[in-house]
Design a protein around this ligand. Structure first.
Ligand code: GRF
Length: 203
């Protein structure tokens, strides 16, 4: 079967994008990362993608003012130009409209640094510590219009240790992220997990 063509959308550091590109080097991996797209021209991850010989493109959201859909139409045009099958959001800091989410329904994944449905949104590590949670973790899920809410593909817990700070916890969660995102993309690219199946498993 032909490998799925994947775009990774980033806004910053790009360490999950690197984990995906490393995993995709394996001969039997069912997906290839053919495009790294950033909404920020200064995203650090862009340099890594270029060094790795992956096509990069910037769609700067600030050029579109408040018109989110116009920004997304520009994104969509880039994705079409590269014949993208699947999108992986990896630290992509833009909320997407229902138009874009519906268009990519079942073909777009995100990684979130928490055990969803706990701690949706930002500052998850700090909030988990403040809540006195015993465990934290990371989740890869399909995107639906409601933020951080789609069917879960892979989730892994991390124990919260005595003396953990936001930084130490974030570091341990990030190690998990780098492991589970490639696993989740493999499952989806092979067609072994679909949004319907993932949603049913969660019910
Ligand atoms: C990760 O913690 C990811 O879960 C969250 O944003 C962060 C991005 O990190 N959505 P990186 O850019 O992949 O290093």
């Amino acid at each position: 079967m032909a490998k799925k063509r994947v775009a990774v959308l980033i806004s910053g550091r790009g360490s999950n994008m690197v984990a995906l590109t490393e995993a995709a080097k394996a001969k039997d991996y069912p997906a290839e990362i053919v495009l790294v797209l950033s909404n920020r021209p200064d995203a650090a991850g862009l340099a890594h993608a270029k060094n790795a010989g992956i096509a990069t493109t910037i769609v700067d959201h600030t050029l579109f003012g408040d018109d989110r859909e116009k920004f997304e139409r520009a994104l969509d045009a880039e994705l079409a130009a590269h014949k993208i099958d699947l999108i992986c959001l990896a630290g992509f800091m833009r909320l997407l409209t229902p138009w874009f989410v519906t268009r990519w329904n079942g073909r777009m994944l995100n990684i979130h640094p928490a055990l969803l449905p706990q701690f949706k949104g930002l500052h998850t590590h700090r909030r988990a510590l403040e809540a006195g949670a015993k465990q934290h973790g990371a989740t890869v899920h399909f995107i639906v219009p409601e933020m951080d809410s789609g069917p879960i593909v892979v989730q892994e817990a991390v124990p919260i240790l005595k003396g953990d700070t936001e930084e130490t916890l974030a570091r341990r969660v990030l190690e998990v992220e780098h492991r589970i995102y490639p696993q989740a993309l493999r499952l989806v690219a092979e067609g072994r997990v679909t949004p319907a199946a993932a949603g049913a498993a969660a019910r």
